[in-house]
Ligand binder design. Structure first.
Ligand code: IMP
Ligand code: MG
Length: 178
């Protein structure tokens, strides 16, 4: 797909890949003594945007893990957060007693993660950590701990590599800003 002219290059696929590799090393070191074959990491992927990042990151992780998905919607349309988070799908796997790692592609206002953190804590997870490819701290309105972050970015609306604008552009290999 050829990107439209109003998309400005932000991160190339190669740059994204470097961020993902670096995150996988950090995660392996952090979870080395916390997970095992008997107690695999439960990686929770946020649909839909987190799937591209997750697919790359998970295949780089050398540790016992299971994956599951949540679907949360915070953007009705366009580029402005409604602040309202809808929980549309929960995990099949019971997080009780588990080391849970939530993967998201970007943290913006923090509403999505604040809700997910509370959800998994309430369900009895042993630990809940957050790993995001991108983080926009200047946009934060909810305090959320971001345990692992690929890159802090300024306040730009980004698309590609799973990130969408009205469901478009997720399939772009590079990341652009509008
Ligand atoms: P938050 O709840 O405001 O932190 O928003 C989190 C979700 O909004 C992210 O997981 C994305 O799905 C979406 N989002 C936030 N910023 C962007 C962006 O720049 N481009 C595309 N989607 C975004
Ligand atoms: Mg998301």
């Amino acid at each position: 797909m050829t990107p439209k002219n109003d998309l400005k290059p932000f991160l190339t696929a190669q740059e994204i890949s470097k961020l993902v590799q670096s995150l996988s090393l950090t995660l392996e070191a952090d979870y080395e003594n916390k997970v095992s074959e008997e107690n695999p990491l439960l990686v929770v992927i946020t649909l839909k945007g987190g799937t591209f990042f997750a697919a790359d990151l998970i295949r780089s992780l050398r540790m016992p893990l299971q994956i599951d998905f949540v679907r949360v919607r915070s953007y009705g349309s366009g580029t402005v957060s409604s602040g309202q988070v809808e929980f549309l799908r929960d995990t099949d796997i019971d997080p009780n007693g588990r080391e849970v790692l939530i993967l998201d592609e970007i943290v913006d206002s923090g509403h999505t993660l604040a809700m997910l953190l509370e959800h998994f804590r309430a369900k009895g997870a042993k630990s809940v950590k957050v790993c995001t490819l991108l983080n926009k701290p200047s946009r934060r309105t909810q305090t959320v701990p971001v345990d692992f972050c690929g890159l802090e970015v300024e306040d730009k609306f980004l698309v590609g590599y799973g990130l969408d604008c009205d469901e478009k552009y997720r399939n772009l290999k590079d990341i652009y800003y509008i």
